[in-house]
Design a protein around this ligand. Sequence first.
Ligand code: AMP
Length: 281
Amino acid sequence: MQVIHQISELKKTIKETKEKGLSIGFVPTMGFLHEGHLFLMRTARKENDLLVISIFVNPLQFGEGEDLEEYPRDLTKDRELAYEVGCDLVFAPPVQEMYPPRYATFVDVERLTGNLCGVTRPGHFRGVTTVVTKLFNLVQPDRAYFGQKDAQQALVLKKMVNDLNMNLELIVLPTVREEDGLAMSSRNSYLSPQNRREAAILYRSLQQAQEMVAGGERDASVIKETITMTIKNNTSALIDYIEITDTRNIKPLAILEGECLIALAVKFGETRLIDNLLVEV
Ligand code: AMP
């Protein structure tokens, strides 16, 4: 397994791979790898000749006062895990390699980024779409793998790939969860034991919503109120949003119809957690 920090070296390796006609599966991450990442990596491993991952805590997608400095990092452990799943190449660039002085170009997907996480984290998706575009240009993957855990991110990136005619297949895989249902996340490591216990309620509240939909409920406000009460009554978390949207425009729905995204974001102290479920009506 190669670990590359420099863009010039990555370009050379990718060129050689392309010349050999090998297919490339790519999993971009911010590192501190967990089973969620490893699931994407194992899938990409199976479906492609070469597995490339990136590990880069992208400053552009963190807002003022967010956890850029505190974000957990462990490149040594990540290398071991990547090696174990059969990764061929880890690209882990320093910040100045990706954003040298006087860097000036950004990619912005409009409309889909104005709701949900786009409200509390202005500029977040612009940071994501910019770095993912750069990584796609560098790695030139045939297939790139993302998690449903970050539902809005996946929809925004799909839109970007389509709108900009990017020459790759974007694959979204289901959320990997802890035994009690909590969606795996590098940020779970911030939680106190009590908050960690309470955090299991997030998924339970989404399942409750799913059951309401299965039982015929179509009124979004009724479902959102139930989720709100479940979270408020059982956790100390502050609710950032609980929203039900369509999956095309990510616009809030009053009445559920078609494929709907039930999404939530809460804060346990400074730790912001997100989760979601898709339901088909
Ligand atoms: P991150 O390192 O948090 O930026 O995540 C890198 C990729 O892994 C993104 O596509 C995430 O959606 C995906 N991911 C993160 N957590 C999970 C999870 N619990 N299940 C599935 N995919 C995940």
